[in-house]
Write a protein of this length. Sequence first.
Length: 289
Amino acid sequence: MDHPTGGRGRAGAPAHGCVIPVLVAVGVVCALVLWQIHRTLDRTPPDVGAFAHSAATRTADAAAARTSSARLTNLTAALPWAVPLGTSVADSCRTEDQNPFIGPAHWAPINCVRSSVLYLAFDGDIRTHLHQLDAVLAEQEWVGSGSSPNTLTGMATWMSQAGGDPSPAASQQGSTDPPGSQPICLSTTYGPAAQKHDIPYGGLGVRLRVAVAELPCTPRAETGDIQIGGRLEKSAVDGTVYLAWHPLLTDTVSRSAYTTHRYVAAFSLVDSYAVQSTPTTSPPSPPTR
């Protein structure tokens, strides 16, 4: 008797087609189980508020506020040819989960940081003013850090050479444009001469980022908050507590200044003034000034 051909293939096709939905369902169940295990573990952040509002932290915070204000006031007074545009402040204590996936949370020591940004606008010969800025920063004992050119003049010279990239729009390397034809868009970082080291991640210390820009660039500022799409927001990281927040939107400040001035400078003074040294709430380590 003849048997129909291909019957086994037709019978096997539906069975094979059921395998994929079953595997997907099993995967979903496993993911849900793992997520429930993950959720049942203690992932509660440490009490940042208690640390932030402790007497020791408040004392360190007040000292940071006084020091930051005095430093930015001294910079403004030493640059009479620049027009002040305003100063923003974001002062917060925070921690972060260094193991955000499966398993118990591993919270970093609480770190309190005050970020103050002074905005200035100016006109005139940019090379002359960069030399003046370098002289003022040196006189006030700010020392360039890192391996890049550690003065504004040095940074501008490097960027004006072939292959330099003085603006985000001019990203092509090996540029053949003549020196000075690209818009100024530079920044470099300094530390107090007495500090002798860069701030380690989550450590105590002070740094100053100085950024100078002209259209179409916006100076790079370390504001201590979130600025995306023309909006200002406090950091959404779990366990962040703000002690002060007087924000300015860098992009808005710059656009307004560019209507009457050619250059905008942002001086971002970042002071990490208190760090929790143990997993439990304890007095902050004494700041180094």
